[in-house]
Design a protein. Structure first.
Ligand SMILES: C[S@@+](CC[C@H](N)C(=O)[O-])C[C@H]1O[C@@H](n2cnc3c(N)ncnc32)[C@H](O)[C@@H]1O
Length: 282
């Protein structure tokens, strides 16, 4: 989180925000309905999440942080729409300064990533076709309902599956979306109900973070282990958890009488295998 806070505290970032707001003052005055307020609040929130995960893809926001950020952006929108269009930016500067202090305080209080040092590990999103191929989904039986964990801002794999005729599709991510079935939630705080999913997918998301916590010995290791088991428990018999990258040390601990495991090779060094774990009995 420190790298994001450093970025936000940076003077250039501050001046960029002031300039962007100054250039769009006339637009904010048109924000005059609850729907428009909510829509701009959501866009600003998503813009921040994008900056966070592009700065460090392992940023993980708690529900408390997500709620506090939304309340803060809502307040910002309320302030912006009242600024006169001919303001000489002194009011904008004042509002931005206050907003940034509160924004940084919220991020500092975030439950996760407390120990993270200076890092620059940007996050990427991939096309639906690319994810479909890398997860080897044409070689697996995909039962519904289907959940994509860490589906990304544009939930491109779900859109691709929809085009292919699937309909009972859901996603979770830290980004907000107006799309039905896409929930804004941290995966640690989402409750995967027992025996409720036909397929759970995670492309370069949950297992990538889990694997990293094992390599770095991070404080979230235990959380990941419990959540991983909760995900498996949430499959109904015959359902699959399909993800990349595989985490061989973890899959090796699974009870072979309950789960059948298939690996798909993506790279010669086997560092980016996809794994399909099918639940064969409760
Ligand atoms: C590398 S992107 C991959 C997105 C998508 N699966 C794809 O392949 O295009 C990882 C995604 O995981 C999400 N993410 C990271 N930590 C998360 C968490 N703790 N809870 C929910 N989503 C998280 C990020 O917001 C980001 O959208």
């Amino acid at each position: 989180m420190q790298s994001v806070i450093d970025y936000l505290e940076n003077e250039t970032t501050k001046q960029t925000i002031i300039r962007m707001i100054g250039e769009n003052l006339h637009l904010y005055q048109g924000i005059n309905t609850e729907e428009k307020i909510q829509s701009l609040t959501g866009s600003l929130y998503n813009y921040l999440v994008m900056e966070c995960v592009q700065n460090n893809q392992y940023i993980s926001l708690s529900k408390q942080t997500i709620d506090a950020l939304n309340a803060l952006y809502r307040k910002l929108v309320q302030h912006l729409r009242r600024i006169p269009a001919d303001d000489d930016v002194s009011l904008v500067e004042h509002i931005v300064a206050q907003h940034r202090v509160q924004l940084i305080a919220i991020l500092r209080n975030n439950t996760y990533n407390k120990r993270q040092e200076q890092l620059f590990i940007p996050c990427a999103e991939y096309t639906g076709l690319f994810q479909y191929q890398l997860l080897h989904l044409d070689e697996c039986v995909l039962k519904q309902p289907l959940l994509d964990v860490g589906c990304g801002r544009k939930h491109q794999l779900l859109s691709y599956l929809k085009e292919k005729g699937f309909s009972d599709l859901f996603g979770i991510d830290q980004y907000q979306s107006d799309e039905t079935g896409i929930l804004c939630s941290n995966w640690f705080e989402y409750h995967f109900l027992p025996s409720s999913w036909g397929t759970i997918l995670a492309h370069m998301s949950f297992s990538n973070h889990f694997r990293r916590s094992l390599i770095t010995g991070g404080p979230e290791d235990g959380l990941y282990r419990r959540k991983y088991q909760e995900i498996l428990d949430s499959l109904f018999v015959g359902g699959c958890f399909i993800y990349t990258p595989a985490i061989k040390t973890v899959e090796a601990t699974l009870d072979a009488s309950k789960y059948s495991i298939t690996y798909f090779v993506n790279l010669e060094d086997r560092n980016l295998d996809t794994v399909c774990i099918r639940k064969i009995r409760e």
